[in-house]
Write a protein that binds this ligand. Structure first.
Ligand code: 5GP
Ligand code: ZN
Length: 115
């Protein structure tokens, strides 16, 4: 499948990994929108929240808990951070493999921080 993040999961495209287990992967965003900017993805291809199913309930929870863990590793747990999940064209989603942005390391602006 022609999906950038599936290729990152398979190691066909390199990434700076922060955390990995059998189900999820976290790595630095290639074009950081804040001093700390990581992405958390499932290894399973799900295009966006619109394609997530009831059977993905646990996996979606694990994404959020992994985002928390990554925030800790990035040293921004106490200073604070923002988790963003873009869904579809109006959100600016450009990679259609579900991912949670972990953004922090500075006082974040309005909700348009990602655009
Ligand atoms: P979206 O707008 O889809 O929510 O965000 C996709 C994010 O993926 C963007 O912040 C973009 O910088 C990041 N990204 C796109 N391609 C790559 C890549 O090949 N490697 C990494 N590490 N990040 C990527
Ligand atoms: Zn994918």
């Amino acid at each position: 499948m022609d999906c950038i993040f599936c290729k990152i999961v398979k190691g066909e495209i390199p990434s700076r990994k922060l955390f990995e287990n059998d189900r999820v992967l976290a790595f630095y965003d290639i074009q950081p929108a804040a001093p700390a900017h990581a992405l958390v993805i499932p290894k399973k291809h799900i295009a966006s929240m619109n394609e997530a199913e009831e059977e993905d309930r646990e996996l979606l929870g694990e994404l959020l808990l992994t985002a928390k863990k990554v925030a800790g590793e990035l040293g921004i747990a106490e200073s604070g951070y923002r988790l963003i999940n873009n869904v579809g064209p109006d959100s600016g989603q450009i990679v259609f493999h579900i991912h949670i942005h972990v953004l922090g390391g500075e006082k974040l602006g309005g909700l348009n921080v990602k655009s």
